[in-house]
Design a protein around this ligand. Structure first.
Ligand code: SAH
Length: 259
């Protein structure tokens, strides 16, 4: 998978394991060539002595605006190097919220060019003529598109075959199938405080029951924390049964507390 990144701060993208920014799975994927990140700096496409990339906004007001020309040339060079089927995406708090489903669909494409804004933003005419989509990482504003772009690269890279050692872990993760992940436990079996015992079922070795238990926990957790996620899906009959068990358990626990 190829990522082109248009940024005034290329030094923020040392993705090698040594760089320490990504480490772990993503760092290894970069080093083994499973994912490739190429950087394009608009400053390299200026002709004046000061290598100017921004200017004051027409109409007045605070801050600076990124100029059309250096951005356009940087994007054109990125397009020249990009595989076929590559879209240009602007990181922007005004964009559509980036979701797990977006990550999956991008992972299936040849590449993506991520444009990182700075200052007050970019000249609207550049956005109109060069940008295919805008993605936001959430309803808040950060100072530049670099951290959002790094989040997108990480989330997309996880879907590139070979990046995660165990492909199964993608399927269990939060959001992929419209539910949150189930709770995880590792040694010791008991931490000694109340509620410190790992659920017996996980120690039973009974894998069909463990799978059902985890699914029930995932559904229940989603219902409690993000109920709106469940309203957008059709339930299999197995899921419906598991959720009913949760409601029955809750009713029973409530009765116990009353007594
Ligand atoms: N004045 C702009 C914000 C500029 S912040 C506005 O209110 O819309 C500078 C840059 O940071 C943006 O151009 C964008 O590239 C990036 N950025 C800020 N918040 C972001 C978010 N939530 N998601 C993605 N990119 C963001």
């Amino acid at each position: 998978m190829w990522f082109g990144v248009v940024t005034l701060f290329p030094e923020m993208f040392d993705l090698s394991e040594r760089g320490g920014l990504m480490g772990g799975v993503i760092g290894r994927a970069v080093e083994s060539g499973l994912i490739e990140v190429e950087l394009f700096n608009p400053r390299d496409f200026t002709s004046d002595r000061h290598r100017t990339v921004d200017d004051r906004p027409y109409g007045g007001g605070p801050g600076m605006v990124m100029m059309v020309e250096p951005l356009t040339q940087a994007v054109h060079q990125a397009r020249n190097k990009a595989p076929a089927d590559t879209r240009v995406v602007l990181m922007s708090p005004q964009g559509e919220v980036f979701r797990q489903s977006t990550a999956v669909s991008v992972g299936a494409q040849g590449g993506v060019i991520l444009v990182c804004g700075r200052y007050e933003g970019l000249d609207e005419r550049f956005i109109r003529s060069e940008v295919d989509a805008e993605w936001s990482v959430g309803d808040f504003v950060v100072s530049g598109g670099e951290l959002p772009a790094l989040m997108v690269i990480d989330a997309v890279a996880r879907h590139v075959p070979g990046v995660l050692g165990n492909r199964q872990s993608i399927f269990d993760e939060s959001h992929l199938d419209g539910t949150l992940d189930y709770p995880h436990y590792t040694r010791p079996e008991n931490t000694g405080d109340s509620g410190g015992q790992v659920p017996d079922i996980l120690l039973s070795g009974n894998h069909p029951e463990i799978t059902a238990h985890r699914r029930r926990e995932a559904l229940w957790r989603t219902f409690q924390r993000r109920p709106e996620m469940l309203t957008r899906r059709l339930f299999s009959s197995a899921d419906r049964k598991l959720l009913m068990q949760c409601f029955e358990q809750e009713a029973e626990d409530a009765k116990k507390q009353d007594n």
